[in-house]
Design a protein around this ligand. Structure first.
Ligand SMILES: *Cc1c(COP(=O)(O)O)cnc(C)c1O
Length: 391
């Protein structure tokens, strides 16, 4: 649709992808189309059923605009939208499995995705087998004749292990398995899924694509080869997204580049500052030299987003609560990727099964928002004061 040139930078494409003013009376943006019924002009057209739009659930011009834009930025063949990141994960897994199959799932996977595998997939007689995120080509040892999918998420949720996606994909493809990647952390700007071996790439567009903590949205981007299977399951499940959220997804996408630049800069600055604090045992952020995933991150990624974790030195529950309760800029709550900073305690030791989470003290996940970084430091510095005050 858009007159794109391959050589254009992502930031340029973000401004133009999926957009055609000549189809909208010259207006810059594709408006919000609301609709279920689409009228066919003739009985022959109805019978042929091959016009661009046939029914609201199957897409509107607003939906198509966002799908085209994400597909272009992610470097995929086609994108389909889903009502949440989790539904995008569920649909893409369901697209490839049959009763009796096994799926290999990274141990550091987003926890609700793990629940989907342990509950719904198991009920369908599909067995999830969890693997160490650092397994690389060792994944071959877990592949059997029943392996249909290798599910990856890099870096991992909460603990940010960077996976060797090219190595995993090579082994998976040799065995005929499909590689699905949850690419939410890096976004399509900082990691190109298909250039590194993924067959399907998922975005929780709720996070950075939306960017303003005001929508729920997911996307599934496929290669030419995986596109038909995903499209069929997506249609069978009846997945569609409300027009307002689709529009806000498009709106968020336009500024993804500049927002991420700021998130990255502040996160790096804050991560470095935190790594020198006496209260902090370690910082887990692949962009930091010295992080266990730094070399792989540097090889495969072109940037880091604003989400990372820290492990504190041992401290009581009460002192930690005193720190967290009175933070004024860092909010406590789920999700991330909005303009605002967030902080969240976590402990994955209860639900990881292929790896052991060992931590010196309590762990905190931080999302570094668009606030001034010195103000963020001051907020945390005051928090560390409260952490120590009750000792
Ligand atoms: C938040 C998140 C999801 C799920 O997205 P929702 O839109 O909340 O369903 C999936 N994967 C990752 C890595 C996430 O952080």
């Amino acid at each position: 649709m858009s007159k794109r040139t391959r050589k254009q930078k992502d930031e340029t494409r973000l401004a133009h992808a999926g957009r055609d003013p000549s189809r909208q009376h010259g207006f810059v943006n594709t408006p919000i189309y609301r609709g279920s019924t689409v009228i066919f002009p003739t009985a022959a057209a109805l019978e042929a059923n091959d016009q661009d739009f046939t029914y609201g659930r199957l897409g509107t011009p607003t939906v198509r605009a966002l799908e085209e834009a994400i597909a272009e930025i992610e470097g995929g063949h086609r994108t389909l939208l889903a009502p949440s990141g989790l539904s995008a994960i569920a649909a893409s897994l369901l697209a490839f499995v049959r009763a009796g199959d096994e799926v290999l799932v990274v141990d550091s996977v987003y926890r609700p995705a793990r629940r989907f595998c342990d509950n719904l997939l198991k009920r369908l007689d599909v067995t999830p087998i969890y693997y160490d995120p650092l397994i690389a080509e060792g994944i071959g040892r877990l592949i059997t004749k029943k392996t249909r999918v290798v599910f990856t998420e890099s870096p991992g949720s909460q603990t940010f292990e960077v996976q060797d996606l090219p190595a995993i994909s090579k082994v998976a493809h040799a065995a005929g398995a499909v590689v699905i990647l949850d690419n939410t952390w890096a976004t399509p700007l900082y990691f190109k899924p298909f250039a590194h071996g993924a067959d399907v790439s998922i975005q929780a567009a709720t996070k950075y694509i939306g960017g303003h903590a005001d929508i729920m949205l997911g996307s599934i981007t496929t290669t030419e080869k995986t596109s038909a299977a995903v499209a069929k399951t997506h249609e069978d499940l009846g997945l569609c997204v409300g027009p307002e959220d689709v529009y806000l997804g498009l709106r968020g996408l336009r500024s993804l580049g500049v927002r991420l630049t700021h998130h990255q800069k502040s996160a790096f600055e804050l991560a470095r500052w935190l790594s020198e604090r006496p209260e902090v045992a370690r910082v887990i952020y692949p962009a930091l030299p010295g992080d266990p995933g730094h070399a792989l991150w540097k090889r495969d990624f072109t940037g880091a987003s604003g989400l990372f974790s820290i492990v504190l030195k041992p401290v009581s529950h009460e002192r930690l609560a005193a720190m967290l309760d009175d933070l004024s800029l860092f909010g406590m709550g789920y999700s991330w990727g909005g303009f605002e900073s967030l902080i969240l305690p976590f402990d994955p030791s209860d639900y990881r099964t292929a790896t052991n989470w060992k931590a010196e003290g309590p762990a905190l996940r931080l999302h570094v928002g668009l606030e001034d970084v010195e103000d963020l430091k001051a907020d945390l510095d005051a928090g560390f004061g409260r952490l120590a005050a009750r000792a």
